[in-house]
Design a protein. Sequence first.
Lengths: 371, 275
Amino acid sequence: MARLRSPWAKSRFTEFDALDGVDLDVPWGEALGIVGRNGAGKSTLLKLLTRVTAPTRGRIELHGRMGSLLEVGTGFSGELTGRENIYLNGAILGMTRKEIRSSFDEIVDFSGVAKFLDTPVKRYSSGMYVRLAFSVAAHLRTEILAIDEVLAVGDAEFQRKSLAKMRDVAKDGRTVLYVSHLVQTVTALCTSAVYLDRGRLTYAGSVDGALDVYRRSFEQFAMEQQDPERRPGTGTLRASSLIPASDVFDPAESKRFVLGVGSNPDLVGSYFVSIHVNDASGAVVAQCDSRAVGGWYEASKEQEIQLTLRAPWLKPGRYTVDAFVCQTGVLDAWEGASAFEVLPATPYPEMTLDEATAQGVVLADYDYEGR
Amino acid sequence: MATIVITPPGRLGLPRWRELWAAREVLLRFGLRDILLRYRQTAVGVAWVVVQPLLGAGIFALVFGTVADLPTNGVPYFLFSFMGMLAWNLFSQTIARSSASLVANQALVAKVFFPRLLVPLSSALGVLLDYAVALGLGVVLLIVYGVSPGWAVLLLPVWTMLLLMVALGVGVAAAAIQVKYRDVGYVMPWLLQMGLYATPVAYSLEALEGSPEAVQWLFTANPLTWFLEAFRWSLLGQAAPPLWQIVGMVGAALLVLLGGTLVFQRYERQFADVI
């Protein structure tokens, strides 16, 4: 609206250094993991290294060609066939025609879409699409390869295959730069790691060391967030506490939380809250928005709002809980407001091996009936 | 092994030619994609390439040749406007396609690095194909109407290249500016439409005889007029343009292309952030 009223007004902005003072030397053949919280500058670092954006100051030296696997499938054209897309995408990623031609069969083989090579990719299933895109990128023959969270594509079988492929790349004596939230893949793939904290490099060394700093940062972050002044949101209304009924739960039991919210008589209208449950890798497992169940609250007095989470069953492990207080905008965003543990018990009637429950994000409540 | 050094870009700078050359495959693939996509999933497919210029010239012949009866230096009107449109389409289509090309490939520009200059440049390939087909039709028309252009036809590739350079210079700059200011996308079609009427495409300079000196001067100062005259010299055997115009065309081509490239380089560093 403001823009409509005064279309010639200059838009205001503040400058901000996404990265500063990052001095880093990566030797040949190293697989370097880059970890850090959201907004730490990991992706910016990769974008600078791959020259997608330009730095405002500083200097980067690359001894060799840089290939990137930043986002699978950008540069794919829906109307083109698989074959045409392999050539187009290969060229964009920096392969010469000779290189593409010589690895063409390998690419097709790896992707497993040989039968549909002459079908426009818009008719592909999303799995096929992603697999083909990954295969092209994975067969880049550059001396340095930058990877940003792309291994989380395809089914479990394909993920395993691509992780193995990435490991081969690193073993080939090529340099790999890998950014991920998934701690397991960093451990599996990398030989050394760095930790970025709000644009600064605060740790460089072994993978275990970096992951340790990374894990500790969660605790520190949760501590900091206890102070409402340091939390994002407009601050017109703040949550005061989020207390789980217990520190430990069984997978299948109902999990209760009590969210305390302060009062602000000046706030017009009612507000709603949302509580998110995140697993250890940071993925949001459950988003419990009070709007969805008709939960609206008045700010005239302090509120104690109780959430009962009945389903799904949670897998054993550590979970963090975020609390949000919102009206038209976010009034208070409290990440890491609380945490709880789910005990390693099985809610199922039969004892099974771990692999029977390893794949899902949560434990499903299901039955089988024969015929 | 080549060492690549990345430093903050300066305010002005020319592209790294070696990098552009190394990535020529991208140019080709982009051009190929544009050509393939244009007529895929169409009923008559490639026939559109032939139908479009004929229909365009036909309508002009009807409106300007028959209804308005504009002068053409004695050339049959249909042939006259066909050749005019041939040159004009090369110019306007190149600008239209290249200026929209970066925004159309948004995802790519924001996520992957490659010499981005190749994106607007590649849109010329599709236009050149259309041009070649229309030129083939033009040769048939010349034979049908019994018009011989003479030896000047040998200079046609030169005019084609110079006009393409002007169009690419404008298109490349427009593409870069459009990344930040989408206004370009609204202004450009309008400007091209104006240009079509302000340039003697559908009429010859004869039509201006008797109009005030200032108006005539204005038309002569338009570089596109020089190109149109040169094209008609080479294609219809009309009078050759004066030497200063030919020199002017070469100068304009070099200047506009260089200027466009500099503008592009100037804006390129922010592409991924603002697109």
